[in-house]
Design a protein around this ligand. Structure first.
Ligand code: NAP
Length: 280
């Protein structure tokens, strides 16, 4: 790996590769995080919604790595949006994680107009709470998840601090090209959730053929495609061999034509969620 971090727009460093934890249950999660840290992962992604922050807290305490070498992310869930609730939710997450600061805190989903006539105001108030927590030093970087350009433009009308990260769904067949362009142009680092399309993308024909061409696994091809676009993938696995396999992608490079080949994949059976349409 060359430099193994990106510098966020506030100067804080974020690892270029992360570990997802959605649907990892407590005992398995603790074991998996241990293997992940030993394999070189430093960024660990959780959320209040995943209900595994306490277990992750144990895994962090148990690890032989210094806290300041780890990069821990959590997110405020949809039912906790708003100024006061966000502050309470943050303290709860911090407490569950047994930490005294978070590296990154995200708004998990924007409030949308389908559900809330005052969606813009809810997002602005949630962001205001995040800004204050950041200025108090309790969070090193603040950001968004599942925000589209129009949500970010609205937020900018009242924001004092620009978001540093947007975590979005990103995998073959759902590469959200315009959204990525917008974020990168605005100095917002993109993180990819469901980078493997919840494993659906591993069976894609083009991915399988590239796997043979480069003598790498389908997961490694996809994760390499993501890092070559300066996007941080967050693959989740609780299978020890896959945890190690997924991060071992820094010894090869995909040709531009092959990047293009993956960009042109159209089909995906993964979630492909539209944040303006979700009703949770
Ligand atoms: N911000 C958001 O709204 C949002 C939404 C969803 C997810 N996320 C974050 O993004 C992370 C990743 O997304 P995800 O968990 O939905 O999907 P994912 O990482 O695309 O896929 C996970 C699935 O792929 C399997 N897998 C992993 N590595 C593999 C490999 N090398 N070969 C074969 N199968 C492999 C895993 O199985 P095993 O575990 O059995 O190995 C698991 O079933 C989440 O864990 C979470 O941290 C964020």
């Amino acid at each position: 790996m060359n430099k193994c971090t990106f510098t966020l727009n506030n100067g804080y460093e974020i690892p270029k590769f992360g570990f997802g934890t959605y649907l990892a249950e407590d005992k398995t999660l603790i074991e998996s995080v241990k293997i992940a840290i030993n394999s070189g992962y430093r960024l660990i992604d959780t959320a209040a919604f995943y209900n595994n922050e306490s277990a992750l807290g144990f895994a962090i305490k148990d690890s032989e790595i210094n806290r300041n070498e780890l990069f821990i992310t959590s997110k405020v869930w949809n039912t906790d949006r708003g100024y006061k609730q966000t502050k309470l939710a943050f303290e709860k997450s911090l407490n569950n994680l047994k930490l005294d600061y978070l590296d990154l805190y995200l708004i998990h989903w924007p409030a949308n107009k389908k559900q809330f006539s005052n969606a813009k105001e809810i997002n602005a108030q949630t962001w205001k709470a995040m800004e204050e927590l950041y200025l108090e030093g309790k969070i090193k970087a603040i950001g968004l998840s599942n925000f589209l350009p129009h949500h970010i433009e609205e937020l900018k009308e009242t924001a004092q601090i620009m978001p540093m990260v947007n975590q979005i769904e990103f995998h073959p067949g759902f590469a959200q090209v315009e959204l990525v362009k917008y974020c990168q142009k605005n100095n917002i680092i993109v993180e990819a959730w469901s980078p493997l399309g919840r494993s659906d993308s591993l069976n894609n024909k083009a991915i399988k053929s590239l796997s043979r061409k480069y003598d790498k696994t389908p997961a490694q091809i996809i994760l390499r495609w993501i890092v070559q676009q300066n996007i941080i993938p967050l693959p989740k696995s609780t299978t020890p061999s896959r945890i190690i396999e997924n991060i071992n992608i820094f010894d090869f490079e995909l040709d531009n034509d092959d990047i293009e080949l993956i960009n042109n994949i159209k089909e995906s059976n993964a979630e492909c969620a539209n944040p303006d349409e979700v009703d949770f």
